[in-house]
Ligand binder design. Sequence first.
Ligand code: ATP
Length: 243
Amino acid sequence: MTDKVIEVSNLEKKFDKTIALKKVDFSVERGEVVGLLGANGAGKSTLLQILSTLIIPSSGEAKVLGKNVQSDPLYVKKHIGLLFGNDTGLYHRLTAYENISYFAEFFGVPQSIYDQRIKDWAERLQLTPHLHKPAGALSKGNHQKTAIIRTLIHDPDIIFFDEPTTGLDISASLSFQDLLKDLKAEGKTIIFSTHIMEEVEALCSQVIILQSGIVSFQGTLTKLYETMQTNNLTEVMRKVIGG
Ligand SMILES: Nc1ncnc2c1ncn2[C@@H]1O[C@H](COP(=O)(O)OP(=O)(O)OP(=O)(O)O)[C@@H](O)[C@H]1O
């Protein structure tokens, strides 16, 4: 039996005259890691923002864990983690630790549990020496690592990452990839947008390609390679989005 945890049907989003998403249909099963690909402006962030209840669609429907994102936003918010690469939303005067623990308490995570999670993940992402510095004084990469831990601290079932490795160095990016593999092994469902093809090849069981707001492909990488008659993802994306 399939267990569809994300269902999107006929979804559209317009910003004045700009059509950001057009008749978008897809579903994601529990435990999938999905790479969301497309050129700048293709609609990736818009789609993730609708799934995260941050903006409302113009028409159509999006469901997360069987709940409509518009009619049940609180339920959806409780069960998702989200991170937007260009806007971490951290409080600059609070330390990295305080930013994460504030969020954990908001979600009712007991201190003994969140302390252990912060300790483990900070170690993995090489953030430990910076945990007690104000977020405003952190480098871009350490800021992003703090936001990654904050995204995961309430142990969400579904995780949306919009360009999560923005600002991370190679070592931290690889640690992040390992973290994603562990989350996948725990059965989490993850959708992440990225322009880094190596991340997609290393992590994704499925890919969704958006072109000018339209889903032009959804399926496994194997299927994508067969369709495009090459097993080089960068080549595929060059053909699909040009340049
Ligand atoms: N708040 C907004 N107001 C007006 N137009 C918007 C708004 N948000 C997005 N758009 C437009 O919607 C389209 C899709 O943008 P979106 O940010 O979803 O693309 P993206 O695929 O995430 O791009 P990138 O790879 O550059 O992050 C673009 O034409 C963008 O200019």
